[in-house]
Design a protein around this ligand. Structure first.
Ligand code: ADP
Ligand code: ASP
Ligand code: MG
Length: 462
């Protein structure tokens, strides 16, 4: 079987859902369909939560009604009248429930992370209803599933951690039999629930992660991520004018790119796939005939340079110098314990004899972190930083590549340089304002010359 995940732009309107139905119909293998909220809906729902928290009940309810109308409009995809009526009834029930929740929260002017998840989940709950009805209408017997009955997580609202064992059990008992009957189950991504039944979410962009978790649990032959670009590109299309498609990537390369800013994959997506060696394919729902990007365990090294470059912006750098002027052992442990206490992930780390520099993305704990570190170190922090990194298996074996990467950045002040333990990336930290220039220069050097991507292309064909 395979898992087919469709992102927000691939379900954004009636035409998009029509394309989705054709793509799913053409597939002959048993398949589970995972969908995101219609594009923009999760953002709108989080705005609703903010309005409620600010006590603007009228504004929040109006925003809910606008979302209700947009989803009602989606019912036009369903031609058969009774089926359309039942889709509309399900949509009404969902948005009535949301309105009641929002009304109550606006009265108390408080939205906890738990309530915020309850609200954010409505996007996927509603879009999956539309898609299930559309597939039925296209002649594919399908079955809507509630993600809260499948994906079991802990209670870290907004970034819940899946309980793989329980989730796998549920997938086996609830999804396998449907596939065996020839039905196409449809489930919202991003959403789960605690064992006690509280709604949780996996974090922004988390539908990819849901798809991978479901794929791993069902031992899928392939996990397909359908989106609005032709695959993993050599760079973020918003930063580089003419990125190219990367035909194939290793799991490690894809993980590093996702982690360092290639939004086309949620950073946790590859993890469940790696465990069971399941290939992940990134495809364009607007151009289903395009080959996309295939991510597998290994791709060989091929010729040429990095596979792709990525960029993560708006970061903070923290420089931490041991005040004892000696890198006593235990210093690093104490440093990282502070980040752990504040649940703040660190992106890049560089160390010298007496100091450590790190970058963080989540600034919420910054003041506390600086205060605690200051007890045993001299600390300075700087906002407005960015990570730019080149990723590729080749970097491990071809020592000249790192030099060429740094050479391309000549003249730009680099605050940190790191190669990571895997040596499959070279990462620099620089001022955010310099990030676009750095990306352009790297892209020109490695991907825009004649035959630049020939190595990868040859690998994909082989
Ligand atoms: P979806 O709604 O399908 O999940 P996303 O918006 O999350 O789609 O991800 C797709 C977007 O990721 C693309 O439209 C593109 O702008 C962005 N992106 C950033 N870096 C890359 C990259 N290296 N390759 C492809 N897309 C990228
Ligand atoms: N709808 C969620 C978001 O916008 C999850 C996803 O689309 O992957 O973050
Ligand atoms: Mg996404």
């Amino acid at each position: 079987m395979i898992v087919m995940k469709f992102g927000g732009t691939s379900v954004m309107d009636v035409e998009a859902v029509g394309r989705l139905a054709r793509i799913v119909s053409r597939e002959r293998r048993p398949r589970l369909v995972v969908v995101s909220a219609l594009s923009g809906v999760t953002d709108a729902l989080l705005d609703v939560a903010r309005l409620a928290e600010a006590g603007d009940g009228a504004g929040a309810r109006q925003a809910v009604r606008d979302l209700h109308r947009r989803h009602e409009g989606m019912a036009a995809i369903v031609r058969a009248t009774p089926r359309r009526a039942s889709l509309l009834a399900a949509t009404d029930a969902l948005f009535d429930e949301l309105e009641a929740i929002v009304r109550a929260l606006a009265v108390v002017e408080e939205v906890s992370p738990r309530s915020s998840d309850a609200i954010a989940a409505f996007g996927e709950l509603a879009s999956s209803r539309v898609v299930a009805a559309a597939l039925e209408d296209a002649g594919l017997p399908s079955r809507w599933l509630d993600p809260r009955a499948l994906l079991v997580t802990d209670a870290q609202h907004g970034a819940a951690v899946p309980d793989r064992e329980t989730t796998d059990e549920r997938l086996r008992s609830q999804v396998r039999p449907l596939l065996a009957e020839g039905l196409v189950p449809v489930v919202g991504g991003f959403v789960g629930a605690t064992a006690g039944g509280l709604t949780t979410t996996l974090g922004r962009g988390g539908s990819d992660y849901s798809a991978a978790l479901f794929g791993a649990g069902l031992e899928a032959d392939e996990i397909q991520i359908w989106t609005d670009v032709d695959g993993m590109l050599t760079a973020d299309p918003r930063m580089v004018a003419e990125p190219r498609v990367v035909p194939c990537l290793s799991f490690d390369e894809a993980s590093e790119l996702a982690y360092f800013g290639a939004r086309v994959l949620h950073p946790s997506t590859i993890l469940p796939a790696v465990g069971r060696g399941i290939p992940v394919r990134i495809l364009n729902s607007h151009r289903p005939e395009a080959p996309g990007t295939l991510v597998t365990r290994s791709v060989g090294e091929g010729e040429g340079g990095p596979a792709a470059i990525a960029c993560k912006r708006g970061l903070t750098r923290i420089d931490i110098a041991s005040s004892r002027m000696l890198m006593a052992y235990g210093f690093l442990r104490r440093v990282f314990e502070v980040f752990e206490r504040f649940r703040t992930p660190v992106d890049v780390v560089t160390t010298s004899e007496v100091s450590v520099s790190v970058t963080i993305d989540d600034r919420r704990g910054l003041d506390g972190i600086v205060a605690e570190l200051s007890a045993f170190a001299d600390v300075a922090s700087e906002d407005g930083m960015a990570i730019v990194c080149a990723v590729g298996e080749r970097l491990r074996t071809d020592a000249r590549l790192a030099t060429r990467v740094l050479g391309a950045l000549e003249g730009l002040p680099l605050a940190m340089v790191s190669q990571g333990g895997s040596r499959k990336n070279i990462t620099v930290v620089l001022r955010d304002a310099d990030a676009p220039a750095a990306m352009e220069r790297l892209h020109r050097r490695f991907f825009e010359s004649e035959g630049a991507s020939a190595g990868r292309a040859a690998l994909a064909i082989a």
